[in-house]
Structures are given as C-alpha cells and as structure tokens.
Design a protein around this ligand. Structure first.
Ligand SMILES: [Zn+2]
Ligand SMILES: [Zn+2]
Length: 106
C-alpha cells in the first residue's frame, strides 16, 4: 500500500497518510532506530545492531525521497541515509493503538 502523504510534523514526528484513511504518527527518532540497512540490522538474523540509546534524541529527517513505488528513503540529520523503508515495514511498525493491538504485520 502506497501512502498518500509522508510528511514531517515539526522536527520530532513523521506523519504518514494511507489510502485506506489510516494515519500513522511516528517519532522520527523511532523511525531512525527502525532503519533496516546492513549497518543497522544483521541481514541473516534480523537482529538490530543499534540500540535506541545510540540514536540522537533530536535526530530528524532532512530529506524524504520515494524509492520506486514501494519504499521511501530518509536522509537523517545524524548523517545516516542508507536505509530504505518499505511501505510494508512502515505500516507494520505503526505505533497507534489500533495497530499495536493487531500485533506486527506478518
Ligand atoms: Zn541504517
Ligand atoms: Zn496504525
């Protein structure tokens, strides 16, 4: 599912509007932490190589660019920009109550 809109809300949050009317509001720091690039996630085990403590508390996206029609790329203020966030991943980590109740998307 391709979002209708991906936009920062101030410097700390990121809003994604989905075509089914769902709204996902993420802390930008949380999104930075959820980066799935090879530096942040061990490819074979899916183990996270960074901890939330290591992510700057004021990290925010300087630039947002779509990748094809399946993902988006954030250029983070800490210089990290190798992560590609698929829309599937983003929807799966939506922190709202409704999604949290359903559990992670499989
Ligand atoms: Zn990364
Ligand atoms: Zn949600």
């Amino acid at each position: 599912m391709q979002p209708v809109d991906v936009r920062p809300v101030g410097e700390t949050e990121m809003l994604i509007l989905w075509p089914d009317g769902h709204r996902s509001l993420y802390a930008q720091r949380y999104l930075r932490f959820q980066c799935h690039c090879a530096q942040c996630i061990e490819e074979w085990t899916g183990r996270q190589l960074i901890s939330l403590d290591q992510v700057d508390s004021d990290v925010h996206a300087l630039n947002i660019s779509p990748v094809g029609n399946y993902a988006v790329k954030f250029q983070w203020s800490d210089g990290h920009s190798t992560g590609i966030y698929s829309y599937e991943l983003l929807r799966g980590i939506c922190p709202c109550k409704e999604c949290a109740a359903k559990g992670p998307a499989s």
